[in-house]
Design a protein around this ligand. Sequence first.
Ligand code: 5RP
Length: 266
Amino acid sequence: MEWGMRNRVSKIIRPNDSRCLMLAVDHGYFLGPTEKLESPSSTIGPLAKYVDSIMLTRGILRTCVNPTIDTPIVLRVSGGSTIIGEDLSKESITTCIEEAIRLNVSCLALSIFVGSKYEHQSLSNLAKLVDEGEKYGIPVLAVTAVGKDMIRDSRYLGLACRVAAELGAHIVKTYYCDNFSSVVAGCPVPLIIAGGKKTTENEALQLAANAIKDGAVGVDMGRNIWQSEYPVPMAKAVKSIVHSNYSSNEAYKGFRDEITSSEIKA
Ligand code: 5RP
């Protein structure tokens, strides 16, 4: 791996512990103004310093993020379908590599839809993006998206993650599942997990801790952080699992303590 590529990967997967905490705020690219992400700058601003990187589209980066920010950017570059459209799996590459370079991003992200109607299109998008990324030293994060009817088991996710790695993805994002360690074992590049739909803070922290225990290098969490009533304490709690190997109980206690101390100060 060349210097530029290694340098950018190290912005996403921190070299001191090989772990990664990414804040996902890209949901609007197919969902529109998702709850608590209606005003992206208000959501992102207070959280940026507690995460290693932020995943979002160019439109939100340009309009809602202060360009003097230190937090590395993971740019979502696939899209073109919405929740009310024909088929969510029908995505194209929506941002060219020159724009990604102008925006000084550290990583590119794109969804693949294994087993869907547009499987081939999404996989060839990934292969093309990896070729572009390799030319300029920009890593590619493949997101294994699942349709409503897909079963998120280790057989399916293992296949999707392996295919993403075979096509050259540098990092893969997937879902946590039973027997997740077999998904990790079959994927030769680092795996991170998505947080998924909003659950209780305790459940989300358990998910993160289980994923790390089973071999994920980190999490790309969105709704379970910014849809929490206490987003900053939640980001700090997830960080304590990812970077300080806290158990979910320890992290949850930190979350509760943080809320209590901020209420005392207020
Ligand atoms: C959407 C995405 C999201 O970034 C991903 O799902 C993570 O967010 P959340 O933790 O809210 O699930 O890739 O396609």
